[in-house]
Design a protein around this ligand. Structure first.
Ligand SMILES: [Zn+2]
Length: 402
């Protein structure tokens, strides 16, 4: 077992640091110590500084920060491939949901699995992300129809960290779906969230943030605002599924609460974009869901770009609307469908994804003092990571210096 406390040198790389400060031209090497980046410099320089370090020669390969998937629902039971078949045969999503499909069918399948089985179901999907160079993964709850079931999903998500070498950030997707026959319907459910569930989740320490689904088929602006008031009083940062299927002014709502991110945004208008810019809220684009649902209206990327809103890209890995387990593919989809540049795509799965999770201070770019999470690639130039589909370009993943 290699020792994280001993220095390791990754030498002869082509560093794409994604940091604002330009490094030296001769910087081709990174010293890792105690899981962090201790120094960046030339091969010769770092050899002098760390004469006893283990040396890993990267042979001129491209080195980026480890990738960050900042929006997933990857812990769930069952799958919904049969729903896809029905939709391809012409049935509508709505009629499938009415017949017991949709989110509620995943909730039922999730409830049937114990913790070990839930983790085992998620691992193949997580392994696919690791093979794409992912070192930090956000996982949302939301398929538990009771507080206990939600806590269980968050626990499983945290437990993934002991099964694989990666960092997990957990989000309590408090307002996702109203459990069937819940007393008082959606208002009753929001009432329970605000008087019991959120406090219990905060006390458990199992969630880094709180999320909600603001949509005509989910929760209203007023209901989400109530959930967010409560989350903020518990010192939990918020995120929002916003403006995916209609313009509910979700982006402005997220901005009003200084949300870490507003996600989807297909129907966000100019005022929403302006609000995000002012609040410094990250726009998380989810091109896998856009593709799978065959949506027609893309998010307002040029307006976001012009306003200087940071843009992240994530898989949204979930069984219903984005069964996507490849962050590299998400980059390609964002470029082809939404017109992001290759540089924006790369920033979207590193620096801006870190910002969307509130962890930019310690990851998301290659800088001294940050975690030594790296992805090392068999490609000639960075754009090749966005260009191809299914080519498995990862050479090696480094998590915490190892
Ligand atoms: Zn989502």
């Amino acid at each position: 077992m290699p020792d994280a406390k001993a220095a390791r040198l990754y030498v002869n790389g082509r560093l794409l640091t994604m940091s604002a400060s330009a490094g030296g031209d001769a910087d081709d090497s990174i010293a890792a110590l105690d899981g962090q980046i201790a120094a960046i410099g030339s091969h010769a320089e770092l050899r002098r500084q760390y004469p006893d370090a283990e040396v890993i020669d990267l042979d001129g390969r491209l080195v980026t920060p480890g990738l960050i998937d900042c929006h997933t629902h990857i812990v769930y039971g069952g799958d919904r491939s049969s729903e896809m078949e029905r939709r391809l045969a012409g049935e509508s999503y709505e009629s499938i949901a009415r017949a017991g499909g949709g989110i509620l069918s995943t909730a039922a399948a999730t409830a049937r699995l114990d913790e070990a089985a839930l983790a085992a179901a998620a691992l193949p999907r997580i392994d696919a992300l690791l093979a794409d160079g992912v070192t930090t993964l956000e996982i949302k709850s939301g398929y538990g129809l009771t507080l206990a079931a939600e806590l269980r999903c968050l626990q499983v998500a945290r437990h993934i960290e002991s099964l694989r070498p990666l960092s997990v950030r957990t989000t309590y997707l408090a307002a996702h779906v109203v459990p069937p026959r819940f007393p008082g319907g959606s208002d009753g459910y929001v009432e329970s969230l605000c008087t019991q569930y959120l406090a219990a989740v905060a006390a458990s320490g199992l969630a880094h943030a709180v999320d909600a689904y603001c949509e005509t088929i989910a929760f209203s602006v007023a209901q989400v605002a109530r959930v967010f008031d409560c989350a903020q009083s518990l010192k939990l940062p918020v995120k929002l599924h916003a403006d995916q299927l209609s313009n509910m002014h979700g982006a402005a709502l997220a901005a009003r609460y200084s949300a870490l991110s507003a996600d989807h945004l297909e129907f966000t208008d100019q005022a929403g974009v302006g609000a995000l810019a002012e609040a410094g809220t990250v726009a998380v684009l989810l091109p896998g869901a856009f593709y799978f649902l065959r949506q027609q209206q893309a998010p307002p990327v040029s307006a976001l770009r012009q306003a200087g809103v940071p843009m992240a890209i994530a898989t949204d890995c979930n069984p219903g609307t984005s069964p996507l387990c490849s962050l590299l593919t998400a980059m390609n989809l964002a470029a082809v469908q939404f017109g992001l540049s290759t540089a924006e795509c790369l920033a979207g799965v590193t620096r801006e994804a870190a910002r969307a999770l509130g962890v930019l201070a310690d990851r998301g770019s290659i800088e001294v003092g940050k975690r030594c999470d790296l992805a090392i690639w068999n490609v000639d130039q960075p754009s090749a990571l966005v260009y191809s589909l299914g080519s498995r370009p990862l050479y090696r993943r480094v998590w915490g210096g190892l």
